[in-house]
Unconditional design. Sequence first.
Length: 293
Amino acid sequence: MDDHNPLAVLHVWPGKWGLPSLDPICLTAVLYAQLTIPGKFSLMESTSPTASPTGTLPYLVHERNVVASLSSLFKYMAGVGVNLNSSLSSAEKSQSTAWCTHAEANLGDLIHVLYAQDANWRGVTHPTLIQIYSIPQRYYAPQRHRASYKPRLEAAELWVSPGEEVEEKDVSSFTETKKLKKEENHKARFLLTRQVLEKARAVLDIYARLLGQGSFFFGNKPTTLDVVVAANILLIVRPPFPDDLLQGLVKTSYPLLISHAERVHSTAFPESHAIVPVIQEGFSLMSLIPRIF
C-alpha cells in the first residue's frame, strides 16, 4: 500500500468507552490495522454490513478489494503493510495461530456473556446499542443482537438470564408465584455467577501463564496474538458495567493482562499519533430491513 493509493476503509461497529469499536472482533481489526498500516486507513462506523462478503463486521475496502473475516483481514493487511509475526519462527507462528483461534472463541465468550447478565444489559449494553442505531432499528435491533449470542452462550453453558428461564409451577396465589420467581431468579443468578467465574478463571489463567512477566507474548513487540487478547481484555475492563463480577475478577486477579492490553493499545495509539479519521455511515434503505446478525 503505497502513498499514491487511496486510503483503505475499515468498516466497524462504532466506538465507545474510549475505544475505536465496541465489538471485540472489530476492535481487534482496528488495533491490527493501526499497527500494520498506520496512516493508510480510515474507519467507517457502521451498524449495517450489507456490503460485507460475509454479512458481518468488520470488513475492509481498498481499491477493488473487499476483505472480510478476521483471518483474511490479518493476511491482507500484513501483505500490504507490516507483518507483526515476521520475527516468529515457524513453530511460533503455528502456536500463535492456534492461540488466536482459542482466544477469539474463549475470551469472546467472556465478553458476550455480558449480554446474558441482566444488570449489564439494561445498564450499559442495551442503552449503548440504542444510541448507535437510528430509528426505527433501535426499536428491534438491540434485542435481535442480544438473541444472536444466545446459542453460543448456551453451548458454553453461560446463558442463564434471570426472569427468562423460570419453569412454570402450579401455585395458587400471586404472592406465591412472585416468591417462587424471586427464588428462581436468585438460583439463576448464583448459577450464572459460578459458571462465569469458573470459565473466566480457566481461560484467563492460560493467558496469564503464557504472558508471564513479559511485555508481549513473543518478545518485545506486539504480534497478532497480543492484539487479539488485548482487544478482548480492554472490552472487559473499560465499560462501566453495573455488575462488575467479571470486570472485578480481571482487575483484582489479572493485573498483568490489563497492563498488557493497555500496552498494546498505547503502542497502536501513542499520544503523539494522529487520530484515525472516522467516516460516518450514510443512510441506506437496506438498513431498515430487519436481519439476523
